[in-house]
Design a protein around this ligand. Structure first.
Ligand SMILES: *Cc1c(COP(=O)(O)O)cnc(C)c1O
Length: 366
């Protein structure tokens, strides 16, 4: 039987991609913001909304540079979520900042905005948190908290490309929003990352920080990294952007099969759609909580049928080996821990047919 992974990259046609990269054989401008990158930036700007768009080699380094661009004092505290890819936390820590973990809410597993303020201290400079699985954070509450305490909000929107709220692109919320364009995401550039920024001054730092800290040919102002996207990646982005609506519609069709077959099963919990949000169906998390089989058993059963669901996000970040000594004993994050212990993300990608989704459900329900 054909192997079904949790995700599978979508591709434009070979001809479409070749057409897009053809000019490179003439220009020999392969990286460093060539014509293709500039065109891609413009398209993204009209797609995503905010004034400033920057392209990066991948989502993680995009987040590192985005945080760095605010020049927070080293040792400052950053409120964050424990229920995310470790990248979110790594980006904070690698900037010399201290993560302060606040639990997620039970409804959609984004950061619990009602608990944030008790963790804010004079050293808090920002909230860095994730629109997990493409479910959006309570962006209005986060805005209000940030205003009240004069801190920044930076979103890990790696899962949320194409998501809108109240008719506005999700990148319109917060001071910066990072999208991962990794091959496995809803929208990809093979490897890549995008950050949308609001502030002119912050954005003015981004080009410099993306290019080793060079201010001009003879002046390097910061000890920074190389975080550039190349022209081949931007070309893939231009192609995939043309097909985004189709990509999301196909994912939706698979999600609807899952919803229908798993939506009313005792012991299986799903996250409900959020009001006024247009989703992108980036992941399909299912929580086995009191079901006849536990999460690990369901995962093993699917694997016997050559279907590979994943435990995103288990273990939660504070429990990972590199953080456990400092944060592994945290007892203020029970909701995140419980989600991590029960979650399985089912296969979800554009080429997953409704018949395959049905087959997966039948195995789970058998
Ligand atoms: C994929 C992902 C990242 C990292 O993005 P890359 O492009 O793979 O570097 C960061 N945060 C979250 C939540 C992700 O899922």
């Amino acid at each position: 039987m054909e192997r079904i992974n949790v995700t599978r990259s979508s591709m434009p046609s070979f001809e479409e991609y070749c057409e897009e990269i053809r000019p490179l054989w003439e220009s020999r401008w392969l990286s460093n913001r060539g014509a293709i990158s500039k065109e891609f930036e413009q398209q993204l700007q009209s797609k995503l909304g905010p004034k400033h768009i920057a392209l990066f080699a991948n989502g993680h380094v995009a987040m590192e540079v985005a945080i760095d661009a605010f020049h927070f004092p080293k040792g400052s505290e950053v409120i964050t979520t424990p229920y995310t890819h470790c990248s979110t936390t790594h980006a904070i820590v690698r900037n010399g900042l201290k993560p302060v973990f606040v639990d997620v809410n039970e409804k959609d597993l984004t950061i619990d905005v009602n608990q944030i303020e008790k963790y804010i201290t004079p050293k808090t400079v920002a909230i860095v948190t994730t629109h997990v699985y493409g479910y959006i954070c309570d962006v209005e509450a986060l805005d209000a908290i940030a205003k009240r305490h004069n801190i920044k909000v930076i979103y890990d929107a790696a899962h949320a490309f194409g998501v809108t709220y109240n008719g506005k692109g999700i990148a319109e919320y917060g001071d910066a929003a990072m999208f991962s364009c990794h091959a496995t995401k809803v929208f990809h550039t093979i490897e890549g990352g995008i950050v949308a920024f609001k502030d002119d001054k912050v954005f003015s730092q981004v080009d410099i920080l993306t290019n080793f800290g060079f201010v001009d040919a003879e002046h390097v102002a910061y000890v920074s990294t190389n975080a550039r996207m190349n022209e081949y990646e931007a070309a893939m982005g231009i192609c995939n952007l043309r097909h985004l609506d189709d990509e999301i519609a196909k994912r939706k069709a698979a999600a609807e099969v899952y919803n229908r077959m798993l939506g009313n099963v005792p012991g299986i919990k799903l996250i409900q759609p959020q009001p006024n949000v247009v989703m992108n169906y980036s992941y399909y998390p299912v929580f086995f909580d009191g079901y006849k089989r536990n999460r690990n058993e369901v995962q093993a059963l699917l694997a016997e049928h050559n279907i590979f669901a994943r435990k995103y996000f288990y273990p939660i970040t504070p429990d990972l080996d590199c953080y456990a000594a400092e944060y592994g004993q945290l007892d203020n994050i029970p909701v995140a821990r419980h989600a991590a212990d029960t979650v399985l993300t089912l296969p979800m990608y554009a080429d997953l047919t409704p018949e395959q989704a049905k087959h997966i459900c039948e195995i789970i329900l058998s």
